[in-house]
Design a protein around this ligand. Structure first.
Ligand code: ACO
Length: 358
């Protein structure tokens, strides 16, 4: 029997930090409010293109898998902040990697994009359509944030994570999955002023608007229900879960999901304090960090669960492979920057037609 194993993992976080204290200077908020309502302490703001973050995360995952660029059959770029509508950002990632034998596509299911893409990739490998897939979750959300809107700008950050999937004949990969959406509720979380719905709308700076408390309530129910469903589909008990790796949108959503699954904190991975919500990138970044700190044992039973714009949700019950150490590593880093966080945000403010920050 053919299965699909995660054989490589990697992440790329831009170095510039936007702290809660920094945000106190921008909007009427406080470190105490942000920490107690969301669990977030800081997030990263990118000075490079999303495809640069994606490329580095992918290079690290490819080295961890020990595969050659020529072996890659497919690049999937999960993102809701593409660099352009045409071409898809995946084309830039494929070109920067030099993955000359690969196909490439973007997949956008907002914050659920990584889990949607992972379930897709697992199916393509299992059924023999392709052998080696590089799957990146990457976002540059700082470009679609309004840094005068305290309800949204505190939540999101930039970053990338990646995995490599390859065929194996030992049991690994997806054993239960759920992909859901309620398109009628899509307006609860949207980026207005972009896309093709209003001709000429690209003159309006795109920005995220969100009915936070409505989204919050739906996220808690959907993530917990979907997680329970995939555990049962896999034939596992809740006790069989070694680690829940949830989308990092709000620590209170994660805590509520964990309570429903009767998971103590030792079986839930959290890094939201460091990066905030990086949408499709949160789960591959969290998986990479969980492996690095040895919280993913060989043949671990993992649950990925996510919720986001669309309104989408997704979960997967995943058996990890035997190998939890990288085959290789790369020394590459993102290029450095002399720009401060205020310099980077000034570019965002400029695009909104506001005065540059002092
Ligand atoms: N600082 C201080 N006060 C604030 C802030 C802030 N940054 N933001 C909002 N408030 C105020 C509100 O104005 C409101 O004041 P009022 O009572 O005087 O009207 C009060 O705080 C409570 O606001 P709520 O929105 O009800 O606060 P809530 O407890 O729901 O927390 C939050 C807000 C953190 C946004 C939460 O609703 C949330 O996390 N929602 C889900 C986000 C999410 O999961 N999104 C999905 C993924 S995103 C994607 O797919 C791209």
């Amino acid at each position: 029997m053919r299965y699909a194993e995660i054989t490589g993992w990697g992440k790329a976080l831009p170095p510039t930090v936007l702290s809660n204290a920094d945000l106190e200077q921008l909007v009427d908020t406080s470190d105490e409010w942000i920490t107690s309502r969301s669990g977030i302490k800081e997030r990263r703001i990118s000075h490079v293109a999303a495809s640069d973050m994606a490329e580095l995360a992918a290079r690290r995952a490819i080295a961890a898998a020990g595969v050659e660029m020529e072996q890659i059959d497919l690049v999937i770029n999960a993102t809701c902040t593409p660099e352009s509508i045409i071409p898809a950002s995946a084309s830039y990632v494929q070109a920067k990697l030099g993955a000359v034998n690969a196909g490439a596509m973007d997949l956008n299911a907002n914050c659920s994009g990584f889990v949607y893409s992972y379930v897709t990739a697992d199916s393509l490998v299992r059924t023999g359509v392709v052998d080696t897939v590089v799957l990146v979750g990457v976002e540059r959300l700082s470009w679609v944030l309004d840094y005068t809107d305290r309800a949204t700008c505190i939540l999101f950050g930039d970053g990338a994570g990646a995995v490599v999937l390859q065929p194996t004949d030992t049991e690994a990969g997806v054993f239960g999955s759920e992909l859901g959406v309620d398109g009628n509720m899509a307006d609860l979380l949207a980026v207005h002023g972009d896309g093709t719905v209003q001709p000429g709308s690209s003159l309006v700076p795109p920005r995220i608007v969100m009915q936070g408390s409505d989204v919050f309530r739906r996220a808690v129910t959907a993530m917990a229900d979907a997680s329970e469903a995939v555990v049962h589909e896999a034939g596992w008990d809740l006790d069989d879960i070694d680690l829940l790796i949830p989308h990092q949108a709000n620590q209170r959503i994660i805590d509520a999901t964990s309570r429903r699954l009767r998971l103590d904190p030792a079986r839930v991975f959290l890094n939201i304090h460091a990066y905030g919500n990086t949408s499709a990138a949160t789960i591959p970044i969290a998986l990479t960090e969980a492996i690095e700190v040895r919280r993913v044992p060989p043949r671990a039973n993992l649950v990925f669960a996510a919720f986001g714009g669309g309104l989408t949700w997704a979960a997967a019950a995943v058996r990890f492979g035997e190998r939890v150490t990288p085959v290789g590593e790369v020394d590459d880093e993102l290029p450095g920057t002399d720009e401060s966080v205020w310099d980077l945000l000034a570019a965002n403010f400029k695009s909104f037609g506001r005065l540059e920050l002092e």
